[in-house]
Design a protein around this ligand. Structure first.
Ligand SMILES: C=CC1=C(C)c2cc3[nH]c(cc4nc(cc5[nH]c(cc1n2)c(C)c5CCC(=O)O)C(CCC(=O)O)=C4C)c(C)c3C=C
Ligand SMILES: [Fe+2]
Ligand SMILES: [Fe+2]
Length: 378
């Protein structure tokens, strides 16, 4: 057959796999930031070009930022970052990629155990691979008609969460029949999330004892984003307040700091680095650091905190530095996300505890019979 002429090519992505009466499925998409494919300057450059080219991440005028990004940042940073990635890379790849995949897998199992309806869990990265487009098209092929998006950023920020929403909206703008959609904005104050953090601190205390300070280090953003209305700073403080209450700590015993500053502009303060460098001078020689904003461990926790800031603290006169790992694919984290997902899916058949596989099968059989009658009648 001759190829379709240009004018009759479908303008929108669609699948012709739909049949009347097919049972619909729900999809839960976990989205994390993304990571390079390899710890090489080349792969890091490709990743950084996509990440830092996003106007949600750097808000400078486009022409100016493009000059700086291509003229300077992408010439210098890839080699430097690749060297840091090499320190944390595993034989199976990037810790962020592995941790996110493991979390999605365990969440799938937890949901399966609690709901008979077909709920498929996949993960994708905002930048790099596995990409959002592939995950959404896989869902379409699996008959997903209801989509719940959970960005793995407990505290909302326009630089992260909103960028995930942008990318999904852009993808669906090219679809003939996008699924029904729900988005989780944040989960910074969810009781089970705070409980999971608290238990991981308590488990650490049981093994290592308590330190003079518990530092909560969150990824920073430019201060001007806060002044322009980004709720991120407030949500970080709210998470910290709830954790402090839950652990029964006094205000000065649990500090909030911000890490990973990029560039020369003022970012959220106090800075993690400066705080750790000052603590030994105040007589605090033993600290424990938790990073509640990172759902799974990654460059920013395993290298910047557990290696870089650890060394800095000792250099400044500190004696003991302990990094408390991210929640990763642990039981409490999985339980917290499962509860969050089930609550946000309420009202959708697949999330209904009364959803009954036998009834769905009967519906399918009836639909099949209708189809056959229709065919015979023609
Ligand atoms: C330049 C601006 C950046 C903003 C704003 C920003 C916000 C932000 N980032 C995370 C989470 C992660 N960031 C990670 C790496 C990373 N972040 C930036 C820059 C900004 N982040 C860069 C340049 C990099 C790459 C590494 C480097 O070159 O230093 C990661 C880790 C990725 C990995 O592969 O392990 C995460 C996760 C949040 C939550 C956030 C705002 C709230
Ligand atoms: Fe970042
Ligand atoms: Fe960093």
């Amino acid at each position: 057959m001759a190829p379709l002429p240009e004018a009759t090519m479908p303008r929108y992505f669609g699948l012709s796999n739909h049949r009347h009466g097919d049972p619909a499925a729900a999809g839960v998409l976990l989205v994390n930031l993304g990571t390079p494919d390899a710890a090489t300057p080349r792969a890091v450059r490709r990743y950084l070009a996509e990440f830092l080219g996003d106007p949600r991440v750097v808000e400078l005028p486009r022409w100016l930022w493009r000059l700086i990004l291509h003229g300077y940042v992408l010439r210098v940073r890839p080699a430097r970052s690749a060297a840091l990635y090499q320190r944390i890379w595993t034989p199976e790849g990037s810790p962020l990629a592995l941790g996110t995949a493991a979390l999605a897998q365990r969440l799938q199992a937890a949901l399966q155990a609690q709901r008979p309806g077909p709920i498929l869990v996949r993960h994708a990265m905002r930048y790099g691979r596995p990409g959002l487009r592939a995950a959404l098209r896989d869902f379409a092929a699996a008959g997903v008609r209801r989509l719940l998006v959970l960005p793995l950023f407990p505290q909302y920020s326009a630089t992260t969460t909103a960028s995930v929403f942008d990318a999904i909206a852009r993808e669906f703008a090219g679809w003939r029949w996008p699924p029904e959609q729900r988005f989780i904005n944040d989960y910074h104050a969810e009781p089970l999330y705070v409980e999971a953090l608290a238990r991981s601190v308590e488990a650490h205390w049981q093994r290592h004892g308590r330190a003079g300070r518990l530092l909560l280090s969150f990824h920073g953003i430019p201060e001007r984003n806060l002044l322009a209305g980004d709720p991120y700073f407030c949500q970080c403080q709210a998470t910290a307040r709830r954790l402090r209450e839950r652990l029964g700590l006094e205000e000065p015993e649990l500090l909030v700091t911000f890490q990973s500053r990029v560039g020369r502009a003022k970012w959220l303060q106090p800075y993690t680095e400066a705080t750790l460098a000052a603590l030994p001078g105040e007589g605090i020689r033993h600290v424990q650091v938790l990073c509640p904003g990172f759902a799974v461990d990654c460059l920013e926790t395993l290298e910047e905190i557990a290696i870089g800031n650890h060394a800095r603290f000792l250099h400044a006169g500190g004696e003991r530095f302990e990094y408390i790992p991210a929640l990763n694919a642990g039981d409490d984290h999985v339980a917290a996300l499962a509860e969050l997902v089930l609550r946000h899916g309420q009202g959708w058949n697949e999330f209904d505890p009364g959803w009954d596989a036998a009834r769905a099968q009967a519906q399918q059989a009836a639909a099949r019979a209708r189809r056959e009658r229709f065919r015979d009648a023609r």
